[in-house]
Design a protein around this ligand. Sequence first.
Ligand SMILES: Cc1cc2nc3c(=O)[nH]c(=O)nc-3n(C[C@H](O)[C@H](O)[C@H](O)COP(=O)(O)OP(=O)(O)OC[C@H]3O[C@@H](n4cnc5c(N)ncnc54)[C@H](O)[C@@H]3O)c2cc1C
Length: 278
Amino acid sequence: MLRQPVERIRAVHAARPDRVRAACSGRSGGAHGVGPGFRGRDVDPGVVTSADVTIVGGGPAGAALAVALGRQGVRVELYEKARHPRLKACGEGLLPHGVSALRDLVGLPDAPTVRGLRFRAGEESVDATFPTGHGLVVRRDRFDNWLFDHAASTPNVDARPGTRYMGTRAPILVGADGRQSMFHRGLPATPARPRRVGLSTHAIGVEGVTDRVEVFFQPDGELYLAPTGDGEVLISALFDYRHFTPDGLTRLVAAIPALRARTRRILLKTLRIEWYEQ
Ligand SMILES: Cc1cc2nc3c(=O)[nH]c(=O)nc-3n(C[C@H](O)[C@H](O)[C@H](O)COP(=O)(O)OP(=O)(O)OC[C@H]3O[C@@H](n4cnc5c(N)ncnc54)[C@H](O)[C@@H]3O)c2cc1C
């Protein structure tokens, strides 16, 4: 799509001015797309945008796409209903290929590097080292804010923080609106009930943290531990929703002897809980 994007996008608009087109991007729980003709949930057909592409969602997917398109001369409207910085339940790890792509796009944020992962299940522990490059661990409130700022300062990008997309007519509409996507909800394959619960907290005082992201597999769910800098550690968990209770993180940590001993005197600084539909 980036080859001669302006001409191609405007040709679509000129050929089908009465139609809204939708595109998709992102990974699991992230962006979701719908077929041509989708007009959004609350479209006001009287509102017509002058942008070539309307992006709904200013998380990593939406902000990165806005930067890439804006630089190519594509006029972009970027809607983000929240105001950055905001917390997000996440493992906050960027793998080497993501680091490399980010470096090419906008450079890298100031964040701790990691050289691999340590997988733990019961008494077993396996280390995996990245064959090339390194990963980064960057708090989502900082990362998303940083990337959104890049998008907002990119030529041709009209960034609208604190603005919920309610529907406009645009030649191309990108659903990058995350786990509760308004576009995703309209698809027939969407599960009727939430399937997983994501939970993140940043803590001071976790012992034995290294330059590896640790992943603990438990029957109730999985738990990630990663250094976020200045002695702070991310503890993040993904639960099967049937096993989740508000004290889920405490239970999960207590159920892992290796972790229980390392978290006796921790101070929690943040907490974020989110329901996932897949
Ligand atoms: C426990 C856990 C651990 C994870 N660990 C990792 C990890 O280590 N590494 C990794 O890469 N991924 C990880 N993920 C997945 C990662 O969080 C998502 O893949 C990523 O956030 C998707 O980015 P996105 O930009 O598509 O969506 P999001 O980050 O969800 O952003 C969507 C944005 O759209 C906005 N929005 C929604 N609706 C509207 C609307 N109508 N109008 C305007 N704005 C709207 C929202 O406010 C939000 O800011 C993890 C997830 C969980 C739950």
